[in-house]
Ligand binder design. Structure first.
Ligand code: FES
Ligand code: FES
Length: 167
């Protein structure tokens, strides 16, 4: 069985994994990272999105062995601690950008990757950037507003010299 070394949310793990094990199952079942949900079996919904070396990927479409030597960030690694939320999480909360919340971890992680490439996206750019992530509840308007607000708050926090997790 192959052995992989992977850093997840800042902690380094060395694990033996089946070659066919999906990254999402490794995260959830081996590491207990259940903040990353599985929303479909067709690699369609984006709920399982995490950052792999800074880029958003659907963790149900990546093998755990492909993450060998990589840095993975899940929704559980975003918040700075002390009970505080990441600005993007706070924006989702304040703009009521979730109902059941099932899509939310993937939306936040995909949005973070979008903001890395484009720190001040238009509504159209946000809709385009998140088109691989499906939400069955909200109709997307509040999600778009939340990403705009999160982008502004991340920018303000960085200007104020605060450390903000970005990919
Ligand atoms: S669970 Fe990965 S895309 Fe739906
Ligand atoms: S909030 Fe329910 S799927 Fe998006």
């Amino acid at each position: 069985m192959p052995r992989i070394t992977v850093t997840v949310d800042g902690i380094r793990y060395e694990e033996d994994v089946e070659p066919r094990l999906l990254l999402v199952h490794f995260l959830r079942d081996r590491l207990g990272k259940t903040g990353t949900p599985i929303g479909c079996d067709t690699s369609n919904c984006g709920a399982c999105t995490v950052l792999l070396d800074g880029k958003s990927v659907k963790s149900c479409s990546v093998l755990a062995v492909q993450a060998d030597g990589c840095d993975v960030v899940t929704i559980e690694g975003l918040a700075p601690g002390n009970g505080q939320m990441h600005p993007l999480q706070r924006a989702f909360h304040e703009e009521h950008a979730l109902q059941c919340g099932y899509c939310t971890p993937g939306m936040v992680m995909a949005a973070l990757d979008l903001l890395r490439e484009n720190p001040d996206p238009s509504e159209e750019e946000i809709r385009h950037g998140l088109e691989g992530n499906l939400c069955r509840c909200t109709g997307y308007c509040n999600i778009v507003r939340a990403v705009r607000r999160g982008a502004q708050e991340m920018g303000q926090a960085q200007e104020a010299g605060q450390e903000v997790r970005t990919p």
